[in-house]
Design a protein around this ligand. Structure first.
Ligand code: CMC
Length: 431
């Protein structure tokens, strides 16, 4: 039976339908609010706005739950591969053996980057941030593959192309930034192994693949595969709602992810920890600054819009980070600082009262550093992981008959109407 909430404004009563999710989450449908009452809702940052119905990811911020298509993140991280999880996120079901094999074959078929595109890299200044390059390259894919998506088969072709090429494009960007020869993808390597090889293999020093490191990269990307309506995903949906092509929509998502309140936090965490290590600031100083409202500084890698408890991804990431460092016998002083910061923060009344716990970005950078990934590529690593989510969310949005052009309202707070007053000399003849 349909349920309603009753809203009373200035003596006028209105029944608003309640939309119920499958996990007990519910929303008030306010679509008719403005038409019937003249009011809009006010919710900066959309912290309390449900912008869509979605079947892709479920989060419970109070209990620290994250699921993709109904599967707990812990189970996927333990047992799945990134390619299998990407398939699940995009298609809604785990692949069978045949579907997984087909996806692997398609990933291989699409793994090269057009040689003409490779020329683009040469024209970026050497100091360019890899996120800026990645966003531009993904957008440029549209010029090389202008075909429209008119069937499920077209969609499969496009999503596999994106997932395969983003990895090649990221590693080319790294090689070129170092002035090294580009390493081409190998059809005999799995997705993650191929990425590591393209990044680190050189003619003079062959890269030795280690099973545990390949596994850790799978886990890293599984943890990032989707996170429902986060900033970059909301951007991908918003841009796609204007019937913008998938490449441009995802390119916009990459730009959104770059910011340090979002995916850029993984780079910012390492910068913060390095500052402590190199400049000798104490952990207590950092905590004090993070609490000081007159200081814009925040404890990077802490806090989350939805999670009011420990981010379930951060728990797995912390374990992953310890395992990688142990496997590589890599002693990182930044890990000791991070552990100490966490210990002090989680027992500090400010952090407890504000429900601030480590998020996925707190330990990920330390692990990536140990793998040899340069700091300015950390957010690119996040982007590669988030790509299946962006693709699935773009597709869901474009196929949802209830979705419309994204176009929020505002409450105008500028100057009321006033007459125009010309300045001396302006007017006819000044052109
Ligand atoms: N350090 C110190 N204070 C904080 C922090 C932090 N990291 N995060 C939130 N707060 C405080 C904030 O000052 C505010 O305090 P008060 O209510 O007393 O004014 C309160 O907590 C709520 O903050 P908010 O900015 O309204 O919360 P939000 O939901 O808009 O912010 C956030 C979420 C992730 C932007 C924020 O926690 C933050 O800036 N964290 C650091 C950056 C970071 O690690 N980002 C990665 C997020 S996880 C990866 C991803 O999915 O993007």
């Amino acid at each position: 039976m349909e349920k309603f909430a009753t809203l009373t404004i200035g003596g006028q009563t209105m029944e608003l339908p309640i939309v119920e999710g499958v996990e007990g989450d519910s929303a008030i449908d306010i679509r008719m609010l403005r038409q019937k009452t003249g009011f809009v809702t006010y919710d900066p940052g959309y912290g309390n706005t449900g912008s869509c119905k979605s079947t892709i990811a479920y989060m419970d911020g109070e209990k620290g739950i994250l699921r993709y298509r109904g599967y707990d993140i812990e189970e996927l991280a333990e047992n799945s591969s990134f390619v299998e999880t990407a398939y699940l996120v995009i298609n809604g079901e785990l692949p069978g053996r045949e579907e997984l094999n087909r996806t692997s074959v398609l990933l291989n078929d699409h793994s090269l980057v057009h040689e003409d595109m490779q020329n683009f890299y040469q024209n970026f200044p050497r100091a360019s941030h890899p996120m800026g390059i990645l966003s531009a390259m993904v957008n440029a894919l549209r010029s090389f593959y202008p075909e429209l998506i008119t069937s499920d088969k077209d969609f499969e072709e496009v999503y596999v192309r994106l997932i395969s090429k983003i990895r090649t494009m990221a590693s080319i960007s790294y090689k070129i930034s170092r002035g090294h020869k580009v390493e081409y993808p190998r059809p005999d390597y799995t997705y993650c192994a191929n990425f590591l090889n393209m990044m680190f293999n050189t003619p003079v020093k062959p890269y030795i693949l280690r099973k545990e490191i390949v596994r850790a990269l799978n886990v890293f990307w599984i943890l990032h595969a989707d996170h429902e309506q986060n900033c970059s995903t909301a951007v991908v949906r918003a841009v796609g709602s204007a019937r913008t092509n998938i490449y441009a929509s995802i390119s916009a998502g990459i730009s959104a992810l770059w910011g340090d309140l979002h995916g850029g936090a993984n780079q910012a965490v390492i910068q913060m920890l390095s500052d402590i290590h190199e400049k000798g600031a104490s952990v207590e100083d950092i905590i004090r600054r993070a609490k000081d409202k007159s200081d814009p500084f925040r404890l990077m890698g802490f806090g989350h819009r939805v999670y009011k408890t420990y981010d379930p991804r951060a728990k797995i990431m912390k374990k992953n980070c310890h395992e990688v460092l142990a496997r590589l016998k890599y002693k990182d002083p930044l890990l000791d600082i991070a552990l100490k910061l966490e210990e002090v923060a989680v027992s500090d009344p400010y952090f407890v009262d504000h429900n601030l716990y480590p998020n996925v970005d707190f330990y990920s950078g330390i692990m990536l550093r140990a793998m040899g990934i340069p700091t300015n590529m950390f957010t690119v690593m996040f982007a590669i992981g988030r790509l299946p989510g962006w693709i699935a969310q773009w597709r869901e949005n474009t196929q949802d008959p209830e979705q419309r052009l994204t176009r929020p309202r505002q409450v105008y707070s500028g100057c009321p109407r006033r007459p125009y007053v010309p300045i001396d000399g302006r007017g006819e003849g000044t052109w």
